[in-house]
Design a protein around this ligand. Structure first.
Ligand code: NAP
Length: 259
């Protein structure tokens, strides 16, 4: 009975015991929910954000539930920070089984008025950051002949969205990057997939006016805004051995928004 319903202690459908999972942008929102979920499934979770203080809430939540978590302060877009964290994690845990590139930012504005800096900033964090972690952790996974990489894109990267030229380009870039490295890493037992969230209630979307939120909700076939946990469930599947024959795919978790 317990086997059929997953791990009864955690409510998880997948078993990540003995695995190490690195999650970027783990301090809040979707990244925190992913870190909490993977820890509940048995993984030792390494969380990254710009400050250790920011990661404290995630550490507390995971430890209170009996899970394992270690936080690292790093800017995902800085190659030297990425190298420092990955070297330290590999030295300590030997393997990194799961990488979730979740850290992301928005600096919205119409294209004709968009400053170079707003373009560069969003591309650096969302796209270059994802590349840097894939490259560094991909090397560790190659040595271990196993890996699950999950890159968080967005429905804006699939369909575009007015006011988000920089963000949409960065998230579409994440899809192209994923499809290419899925082919490059496949022979070593490493899968690379994209989860593309729709409208999820987090700090990133809280800033939008209620009127916009109500309009978006109306356009969603399932008639509700998403929760960070909705994304974490899909990430847990891609993070698990159960998804071994799926690579280079893009799954929108969006309540049917892109149907
Ligand atoms: P959020 O609440 O704003 O959280 C963003 C996370 O990214 C924080 O943990 C933040 O950590 C981290 N981060 C930002 N810049 C960083 C940097 N340079 N270095 C390290 N960490 C950095 O955002 P969210 O809504 O949870 O979004 C998470 C991901 O889902 C993003 O990639 C976003 O584009 C994507 N997404 C979100 C939605 C949505 O509706 N919410 C929809 C589609 C896609 P610190 O600030 O503590 O450093």
């Amino acid at each position: 009975m317990a086997e059929a319903s997953g791990s009864p202690a955690t409510g998880c459908l997948v078993d990540l015991k003995g695995q190490t999972a690195l999650v970027t942008g783990a301090s809040r929102g979707i990244g925190r929910a992913i870190a909490v979920k993977l820890a509940a499934c048995g993984a030792k979770v390494v969380g990254v954000a710009r400050t250790l203080e920011g990661l404290q809430g995630t550490a507390d939540a995971i430890k209170a539930a009996g899970g394992e978590f270690e936080g690292f302060a790093a800017d995902v877009a800085k190659a030297e920070d990425v190298k420092r964290v990955v070297d330290e994690v590999e030295a300590k845990y030997q393997k990194i089984h799961v990488l979730v590139n979740n850290a992301g930012v928005t600096r919205d504005g119409l294209m004709l008025r968009m400053e170079d800096e707003a373009w560069d900033d969003v591309i650096d964090v969302n796209l270059k950051g994802t590349f840097l972690w894939c490259r560094a952790v991909g090397a560790v996974m190659m040595r271990g002949r196993y890996g699950r990489i999950i890159n968080i894109s967005s429905v804006s990267g699939i369909r575009g969205n007015p006011g988000q030229a920089n963000y949409s380009a960065s998230k579409a870039g994440v899809i192209g990057l994923t499809q290419t490295i899925a082919r490059e890493l496949a022979s070593r037992g490493i899968t690379v997939n994209v989860v593309a969230p729709g409208f999820i209630t987090t700090d990133m979307t809280d800033v939008l006016p209620d009127k916009i939120k109500a309009e978006v909700k109306e356009r969603i076939p399932l008639k509700r805004l998403g929760a960070p946990e909705d994304i974490a469930e899909m990430v847990a599947f891609f993070a698990s051995p159960a998804s071994s024959y799926v690579t280079g795919q893009v799954i929108a978790v969006d309540g049917g928004m892109t149907v």
